[in-house]
Ligand binder design. Structure first.
Ligand SMILES: *Cc1c(COP(=O)(O)O)cnc(C)c1O
Length: 434
């Protein structure tokens, strides 16, 4: 499959180049040249297929002959090696739990796929690559875990000292092997600036094959399609709601990558009626749908902080899918903005009524179901485990949030390098450690 830039249809790359470059040019994002429709036979079989089988069939056309079939099958199997269960909250309202991966958030899916694809291409061309990533917490841990023990790839993750939670820091600093965590005496923006300078530094770039693991990379965004198919498969095989009920999916959104992946799944033929783009106070996208003009805003801090994005990048991809026609988008997507108070009330209400514990992101998604057409099946994406936002959740519900068994008792030693916020020092570190 070839990919073109949303800013320039003549700028075309194959899958490998799109993955290595991340961004085609300063103003565009990569989009697949065409979106294949899956055959009726696939949809008839869907309820009987496993998550990994669905992943293989959905993603295969986007990679094509660039990765041989057996290798690709292994990549998909390893990416999707944790469960993504659909749970009934009540009646026709379900939660798709995307938080059973190693770092307890849906970003594990994209990070694991990207890591394996990059590792494969690096080995094939006999290159060693270094992934540089700056993080305010969640992305760094998902990327670090995704790349852990992937050969030919080293990861250097920068985070602002004292500004990530202990839980997040330990997820980056206790892995070891090919993962090095660096704390910078500065802010997240300082970390981001150091990484940007390194990418622009030609003699570093040429010598060390630096790559980013940015969230807009096609290899992070495409695999997110798979769990929309998997949700419908489980709905049919486990719960079997009446056939004529339309299915609506609510997506807690920040940079809108998850929503874009769902829209692509619909284009491939998946029977989802409406998407609900659930926003917190960062309301550029819901405003776009109501006013028809898109104006990015500075981001506002909220309790659902992974959604605090004032200028969501993937709006360019959504525009590319709908010819920048907000009325066309609104035929498939409804969107609204909800407050921190809505978020807390929803966590409280859903726990009281149904004993189901939502995290602050899932709570915005649940609340936004109020925008869904009536009399349908509603699926709400639960994008993070509530334990990650324990302080917020436990202030509302009467009992402690249980710690998932696979992350219990991480007592491994931390390995941290401490650096000042200074580019020459950071560069020196990169050179001496490679
Ligand atoms: C990243 C993130 C989101 C937002 O997803 P986008 O694809 O950026 O819209 C929502 N919830 C959680 C927990 C996240 O980590």
């Amino acid at each position: 499959m070839n990919y073109h830039s949303t800013a320039n249809p003549l700028h075309i790359s194959n899958f490998e180049e799109a993955v290595f470059k991340g961004l085609p040019d300063p103003t565009g994002l990569y989009m697949p040249m065409h979106i294949p429709k899956l055959p009726p036979a696939f949809f008839n079989q869907l309820p009987e297929l496993s998550l990994a089988e669905i992943g293989f069939q959905v993603l295969r056309p986007y990679v094509g002959s660039e990765i041989d079939e057996l290798t690709f099958k292994n990549i998909v199997d390893e990416t999707l090696s944790f469960s993504i269960p659909l749970r009934q909250i009540h009646d026709q309202v379900y939660s798709l739990e995307l938080f059973h991966g190693p770092t307890l958030a849906f970003k594990d899916v994209g990070a694991r796929f990207l890591a394996r694809v990059l590792g494969h291409f690096a080995r094939l061309s006999n290159r060693s690559i270094t992934v540089l990533v700056a993080t305010s917490g969640d992305t760094g841990s998902a990327v670090a875990h995704g790349f852990y023990e992937v050969s030919n790839v080293d990861v250097v993750v920068l985070y602002p000292k004292g500004k990530v939670s202990d839980f997040q820091r330990r997820q980056m600093t206790t892995l070891g092997k090919n993962i090095q965590a660096i704390e910078i005496d500065g802010t997240f923006d300082d970390c981001q600036d150091l990484v940007k300078k390194a990418f622009l530094d030609r003699n570093l770039q040429d010598k060390y094959n630096l790559t980013s693991a940015n969230s807009i990379n096609v290899a992070r965004f495409l695999p997110q399609m798979v769990y929309y198919f998997w949700a419908v498969a489980q709905l049919k095989s486990i719960y079997a709601p009446p056939k004529n009920l339309p299915v609506n999916v609510s997506v807690p959104s920040g940079n809108y990558g998850n929503l874009t992946a769902g829209l692509l799944a619909k284009r491939m033929g998946l029977g989802i009626d409406h998407f609900i783009a659930a926003a917190n106070a960062n309301n550029s996208f819901p405003n776009y749908l109501t006013t028809g003009s898109y104006s990015p805003q500075p981001s506002i801090a909220t309790l659902s902080n992974a959604m605090d994005v004032g200028a969501p990048s993937n709006v360019r991809r959504i525009d590319a899918l709908y010819n920048s026609d907000s009325n066309m988008i609104a035929q498939d997507v409804r969107s609204g903005s909800f407050s921190d108070q809505d978020c807390l009330q929803t966590i409280d209400y859903v726990y009281n009524q149904y004993k189901y514990i939502l995290d602050p992101h899932g709570a915005i998604g649940y609340k936004a179901l109020s925008l869904a057409p009536e009399n349908g099946v509603s699926i709400c994406l639960e994008t993070a485990h509530p334990i990650k936002f324990k302080e917020v959740v436990e202030a509302v519900i009467p009992s402690p949030v249980p710690m998932p068994s696979h992350v219990q008792g991480n007592s491994k030693d931390e390995n941290i390098i401490s650096l000042n916020n200074d580019y020459p020092i950071f560069k020196e570190y990169l050179i001496t450690s490679r």
